[in-house]
Write a protein that binds this ligand. Sequence first.
Ligand code: ADP
Ligand code: ASP
Ligand code: MG
Length: 428
Amino acid sequence: MTTIFKFGGASIKDAEAIRHLGELLNRLETRPRTIVISAMGKTTNALEALLAAARHGDESDYRHQLEALRRDHLATVESLFGASGGSVAERVETLLEELDECHRQHRGDDRPHHYDQTICYGELLSTTIVSAWLNEIGVDNDWYDARQLIVTDANHQAANVDWAKTSQRLKTLEGEPLVVTQGFIGGTADGDSTTLGREGSDFSAAIIAHCLGASEVVIWKDVPGLFNADPRRFDNARQLMQISYHEAIELAWLGAKVIHPKTLAPLRERQIPLKVRSFKALDAPHSVISARGDDDAMPACILAEEQVLLEIQPRDFSFMDEARQLDALGRLVDAGLHANLIDSSAMRLSLCLDAHPERLEPLVESLDADYALTRHDDLTLLSVRHPTQALLDSLSKGRAHLVERRNREVAQRLFHSNDCPETWHIPD
Ligand code: ADP
Ligand code: ASP
Ligand code: MG
């Protein structure tokens, strides 16, 4: 049985969480083959803020933020290892010096390249600490640099995997004891760091499982499984115990944040089941995503918040025909954005997008130069899979929507966020 585990940021957010992870591994009857780990807590956001400070040339802000990262990681080392943590602390210091050097070296590069050379340090730091801690408590493992295992192209921030080369590299791990490595990051054949897209660690686990022909992947979350709505936002969300790869891809694509959408295809291809389990409650029944879809028909609700609607119209009262749609969507792709909803009429194309400032502003500027552009901010998109009219009406509760899009499988409504409740309820 070859099992791949993936632990996300929440499961290793501080020393206590890392201790808990160690206990969890010691309580399990079988050890995994490989453990894929994200950056600690919100470190990736902190690294993005550091990148912004580096690019704006704000030296004192940059130093201040780098010092905060150093302090937090060293505090975790100190709490875990106490006086015996000298060598781990040294490795953490070395990584942070490398990070600082990378910022110096890549400050003038285009942003996606600079991003990948520096954001990868979140995972390098976390795995250094967790791997050392596991060895300390007797879970013997070897640390591997995923930039040398997951080979990608140079499409920075959304790198594409070179499956043949990655398989070759991963095959060299066969026969090795427990491997601990980073999620989210990879490297080009000539040694540049790359990233697979935010929240991409689930995808890393799937890549490794696919290439090693693993028997299962377990992603450990702060929830016991996949639900028919985010249990944090819906007070009566129900757990989906058995769902198919296809249904899981549809939910992830609509924005169910619990699994990165790219995770499912490599697993489906080899029929490797994906289990979603709680690191908080080992005995809680977990969800399984496989070829079997017992719960596929259950209506599911997905919220995407902080949305922006762009209404794009030709300036000369002509049609927003296919050629113009192609042009506008081409600019969207070039900006590295994904439309969560697309709607069109004779003279308008409407796109609902995540309010991603670094990517959105250049797109808005480009469209504004050639089209009449209307922009609406602070929106929430509700997507309902397998909708019924009663369900939609009840969730909308008389709130006006700006756009509605519907087909047999999905209904989407876009609301002003300040009209939306803090906690949602799915009617029985
Ligand atoms: P990780 O630590 O692996 O990055 P995430 O925070 O990305 O984990 O995913 C877990 C969170 O996903 C949960 O805390 C939950 O609030 C949220 N979530 C959103 N949609 C769903 C859903 N449909 N089912 C379960 N959890 C969901
Ligand atoms: N650390 C990365 C992120 O926060 C990848 C991941 O957690 O999956 O996006
Ligand atoms: Mg995540």
